[in-house]
Design a protein around this ligand. Structure first.
Ligand code: ADP
Ligand code: MG
Length: 372
């Protein structure tokens, strides 16, 4: 009898997990409130229910040998239901740490990693005080760009949503009374304020840890964001081997520290002196790892299915260099062009409605054989 993998969330990540699972003859049941969700189109079963529907989550667990998730904001009540059945992978610790940016940063520090300098802020006055302190300090010998900070909601932010860049001048300026209350603009919720880091580049590591504790890490990719949203991931990253070593070592520390099972995506800022700051991690397959489906024998999606179902990990070696682009908004023109060119692996997510900035698909081009 084949196994069944439950996935909380039916977006594109769940869809790609379902595709990888099918090749291993692992059946998939998806829980998602939207009838025609991208993953539901390919899954064996679909439970149409909200993520906070505890009965539906219990049903998902009952139908599954193991349950995973494709997004990190599963509500706490639902998590309890899943965790108590002993079927949730990665476990609850990874989820609860990644759900709150403040807890996440404290966790980074506890395992010896360095986040961007930050302060907790729960009011407009806190933000002003934090911004003044953070922009007065230096990082890696370079004074912080333009006296700016990034204010982020502790919870529920993604793809650059729930964050604002602001300069100390604007915060302290005379016109600050007319609507620049950043705390209110971000919904009046708990926040963190971060130094705006003048990084050289952003890299990410996709790593995996199996049930037996063994690990497999992909070579880092270099990522370009536009408007807070990933636009492009390229491997190899072009950063020095010492930087690669530091990023992979940091990812191993996280996987160990979280007693993790599954695939993780870890984002870093590379500074001018080659040192690293860790930005955030995602306890799931990650957009900056989509290139692995074209450029590695075992993609991040197969790797995650392997890990959470208790299989041995696959080879993360890149056989080819890769250039992955997200297809945002209406992808028709870009898709037609890439398809006609013939050397792009085009991957569409089956979303019916194309809104500006919405991730509709991605495409990967192999740019040559990887150096061994
Ligand atoms: N402290 C920072 N300094 C400079 N750029 C940042 C900082 N924090 C975030 N950014 C930029 O914004 C992007 C999105 O922020 P991130 O914290 O990763 O949130 P999200 O959860 O939306 O991905 C980052 O990839 C980076 O380009
Ligand atoms: Mg990010």
């Amino acid at each position: 009898m084949s196994e069944t993998l439950g996935i909380v969330g039916g977006g594109q990540l769940g869809r790609m997990l379902a595709m990888a699972a099918a090749r291993l003859d692992v059946k998939v049941v998806v829980l998602d409130p939207t009838p025609d969700a991208p993953a539901a189109q390919l899954a064996n079963q679909h439970i149409v229910a909200g993520y906070d529907d505890v009965d539906a989550l219990v049903d998902l667990a009952a139908r599954s040998d193991v349950v995973t998730y494709e997004f990190e904001n599963v509500p706490a009540a639902g998590l309890e239901a899943l965790e108590s059945g002993g079927k949730l992978r990665p476990g609850r610790r990874a989820l609860s740490v990644s759900q709150d940016r403040l807890v996440e940063k404290e966790f980074f520090t506890s395992v010896g990693l360095r986040p961007a300098p930050y302060r907790r802020a729960d009011s407009h006055d806190d933000i002003v005080a934090a911004a003044s302190e953070l922009t007065a300090s230096e990082i890696a010998g370079s004074r912080v760009d333009g006296g700016e900070v990034i204010v982020k909601t502790r919870r529920l932010g993604y793809d650059g949503k729930g964050q604002l860049r602001v300069s100390v001048q604007d915060l302290l300026g005379a016109d600050n009374t007319d609507g620049t209350d950043i705390h209110q603009q971000l919904g009046g919720v708990p926040l963190v304020v971060e130094q705006l880091i003048p990084f050289e580049c952003e890299i990410s590591v996709i790593g995996a840890r199996a049930v037996d504790g063994s690990m497999a890490l992909y070579d880092p990719a270099v990522n370009t964001h536009r408007d807070g949203l990933l636009a492009q991931s390229v491997g190899p990253s072009g950063v020095d081997q010492a930087v690669i070593n530091a990023a992979t070592t940091a990812t191993r520390s996280l996987l160990e520290g979280l007693e993790y099972v599954g695939v993780i995506g870890v984002e870093f800022f590379v500074l001018a002196d080659g040192s690293l700051l860790v930005n955030e991690f995602a306890p799931r397959v990650h957009n900056s790892g989509h290139w692995t489906e074209a450029a590695c024998l075992c993609s991040q999606f197969e790797q995650h299915v392997r890990a959470v179902t208790g299989r041995p990990l696959g080879d993360p070696q890149r056989h080819s260099n890769a250039d992955m682009r997200n297809l945002l908004g209406d992808p028709a023109e870009a898709t037609a062009e890439m398809t006609a060119q013939g050397d792009w692996m085009v991957h569409l997510y089956g979303k019916t409605e194309a809104r500006p900035g919405r991730k509709m698909g991605h495409a990967t081009r192999l740019t040559g054989p990887a150096a061994l």
